[in-house]
Design a protein around this ligand. Structure first.
Ligand code: PRX
Length: 635
């Protein structure tokens, strides 16, 4: 059997698969898993304990190397098929096209370089690169030798990078001289140098020459990428990994200050990303698939690198941004490569929709067969704009709900196979046992309901732990509703069982598709010498989905509030990255608090959202008078 045999082509096949995945998960997943390359077959499909040890294991006893299923097996049958089409930031620059054979050769070369440095199975390698082909090569080279990759999005600041390197004590950093982002360049090596001042664990820094700008050089630490791979062999024996050995760490924000290093393992992640990619996007062997994400996020890991390669797909990777050199860039690329599946984020769709539709209509988009959305709820207006202008009302849209923690898409329609419904992610995929609960953990039995989303049974690509902090993993995901996985999202369900994700129910705000914990931003603000306390909340924004507003209390009065606000913004940029800068910063003399001293964020959110008539009863607050003062300051 091949993976293709598990492609769901009709509603009936989908229903049958769902039923079988629940009644007999072992044979359902076992058969799918058997279509990949295993060195030693697995003995048991799944074992888990979500009450006590909070452990999940899939394909127990199986031995593999994921890169053999991603690369070697395709090289055996179709070495010259394109794996990757890389579109550079500047449209006039030459695209890079890599066949499966060329990608395997490049991965092996780099893997041999890492081997020569003494990097071995289980070592952590941090990758801080722009969206260049070498990012994919570095990721797969780590997987080839069993090193655990930790990709850090190249928009993060030096201290955010340092915190991630320190947390998992990475021994190698892979970076570039710089990155292009539209009309700007970002001095990545300078940022990395800054980070490395506080990272003793790093033994070598491999630097890709990309922007050709001058950089500072540390002879002890730094080595150029091109020198590093010079003369190395293009064959590298893959390290034998247990199905449950760690494949990668990817950090995500949480409700507290410290980022969570989500750990994904080899076997289950491989099986689920491939299965979900093939089915959600209905990928066919000659299709050209383009996901506009960055590999620094989970969407890039699962649906730009692993999922597509496992299925033998041809993917477009784009270095730039939708607005450069102008707002037709996405559609120009779709036309240029005759893209069949296009997967992007609502924030990009909303930004594109603000510009004349001629940007879209000037291009031939007739190759498109599937449109995808990910990262945050897609609002009705954006959904229809996408459908009508890009899809000409005849291309199915998949609204895919999932998380860094879930590793793969859990709720989505299957393009053109199951029904879509605007703003609804629709139905859980086979094997995903979703349930809505109320805040007292009662399961909502009516089909039509609104509550908190939970998942009641493991799926192969669930993150297994938080690096170095299994207790936090248990607390964040399993303590609110014992025995169930709690993703942190609210949802409603219609009479046909379709899910609509309503948003986070914790202190994480999704801004332009980026998951931002408010606590780390508050910590950054509080570092300012003039600041006593702060509270950051999200409020609706018509392009970004949500924007951030910071309420800040000072020790005294500021002589120059404008400079102070700029300093706070710079501090956030330096500590976390420019993506975390609030849209509005308001200096206040106090924050609404309960009598036990807890900040009433609900009230601050309502004020920021300009919903002054929905503040509720504020008389029980410790300091109700502050609410009027804040309202006044805002107006
Ligand atoms: O709140 C949900 C939202 O994004 C969160 C996960 O963020 P992250 O780990 O960064 O992964 C993003 C890419 C998978 C979720 O808890 N989210 C993601 N996709 C959707 C969504 N909200 C609504 N609809 C979606 N399709």
């Amino acid at each position: 059997m091949t993976l293709e045999d598990f492609k769901l082509n009709t509603k009936e096949e989908f229903a049958k698969a769902k039923q079988r995945a629940v009644s007999d998960p072992d044979s359902f997943w076992g058969e799918i898993a058997s279509t990949f390359v295993w060195k030693t077959p697995f003995e048991k499909v799944v074992q888990y304990d979500w009450n006590d040890s909070h452990s999940t294991e899939w394909f127990c006893g199986g031995k593999l190397n994921i890169t053999e299923s991603c690369l070697d097996r395709h090289v055996e049958t179709h070495p010259d098929k394109l794996a990757l089409i890389w579109e550079p930031n500047e449209p006039q620059d030459t695209a890079v096209k890599l066949t499966y054979k060329e990608l395997l050769d490049a991965v092996c070369k780099f893997a041999n370089g890492l081997n020569n440095l003494g990097v071995t199975k289980g070592d952590r390698v941090c990758i801080y690169l722009p969206m260049v082909p070498e990012l994919t090569i570095a990721v797969l080279a780590c997987a080839r030798i069993g090193a655990i990759h930790s990709v850090v999005f190249a928009g993060f600041s030096a201290s955010a990078l340092a915190a991630r390197i320190q947390d998992s004590s990475c021994s190698i950093l892979i970076t570039a001289d710089g990155a292009f982002r539209g009309g700007k360049t970002v001095p990545l090596k300078d940022i990395a140098d800054d980070a490395l001042k506080s990272c003793d664990s790093i033994k070598k820094c491999i630097v890709l020459q990309h922007t050709f700008e001058s950089i500072s050089w540390n002879n002890r630490l730094d080595v150029w990428w091109h020198d590093f791979i010079d003369g190395l062999s293009t064959s590298c024996t893959p390290q034998v990994m247990d199905a449950e050995d760690k494949l990668f760490i990817l950090y995500t924000s949480g409700s507290t200050g410290k980022p969570k290093g989500m750990v994904h393992t080899c076997g289950g992640y491989m099986v689920y990303t491939a299965y979900s990619f093939m089915n959600v996007f209905q990928y066919q062997q000659d299709d050209i698939y383009w996901c506009t994400a960055d590999i620094g996020w989970i969407t890039g890991h699962s649906y730009m690198v692993y999922g597509p390669l496992l299925v033998g797909a041809t993917s477009v990777h784009f270095e730039g941004v939708p607005s450069y050199p102008n707002w037709n860039r996405f559609w120009e690329i779709c036309e240029k490569y005759k893209v069949n599946q296009f997967y992007t984020a609502p924030t990009a769709i909303r930004a594109l929709a603000k510009h004349p539709t001629t940007h879209v209509t000037n291009h031939d988009l007739s190759s498109l067969k599937v449109l995808g959305s990910v990262g945050e709820p897609i609002n009705e207006e954006a959904w229809h704009w996408y459908d009508e202008n890009v899809g000409k009302s005849k291309v199915p849209i998949v609204d895919t709900w999932w998380q860094t923690e879930t590793g793969g898409i859990l709720i989505s329609s299957l393009a053109g196979v199951t029904d879509q419904k605007p703003t609804f992610a629709t139905l859980p995929l086979p094997g995903i046992q979703a349930a809505l609960v109320d805040d007292k953990a009662n399961v909502l039995m009516d089909t039509k309901a609104e509550g908190i989303l939970t998942i009641n049974y493991p799926w192969p690509s669930i993150a297994r732990t938080i690096w170095g902090d299994h207790k936090r993993y248990q607390e964040v995901y399993f303590s609110a509703f014992p025995g169930r996985y709690f993703p942190g999202d609210g949802a409603s369900r219609d009479e046909n069982g379709n899910y609509r994700i309503t948003g986070r129910v914790d202190d994480v705000v999704i801004v332009s598709g980026h998951n931002l914990g408010t606590a780390p931003i508050e910590n950054a603000i509080n570092e300012h010498a003039e600041v006593v306390e702060s509270a950051v909340v999200g409020y609706p924004h018509d392009i970004k989905g949500n924007a951030l507003m910071a309420y800040v209390i000072l020790y005294g009065t500021s002589e120059n509030p404008e400079i102070l606000i700029q300093e706070i913004r710079d501090l956030i940029s330096k500590t976390i990255g420019p993506i975390a800068k609030p849209d509005r910063i308001l200096i206040v003399s106090g924050l609404p608090k309960t009598r036990s001293g807890k900040i009433m964020r609900r009230i601050l959110r309502k004020i920021a959202s300009n919903e002054m008539d929905q503040l509720g009863d504020i008389s029980t607050l410790l300091n109700p008078e502050i609410v009027d003062e804040i309202k006044k300051a805002l107006s």
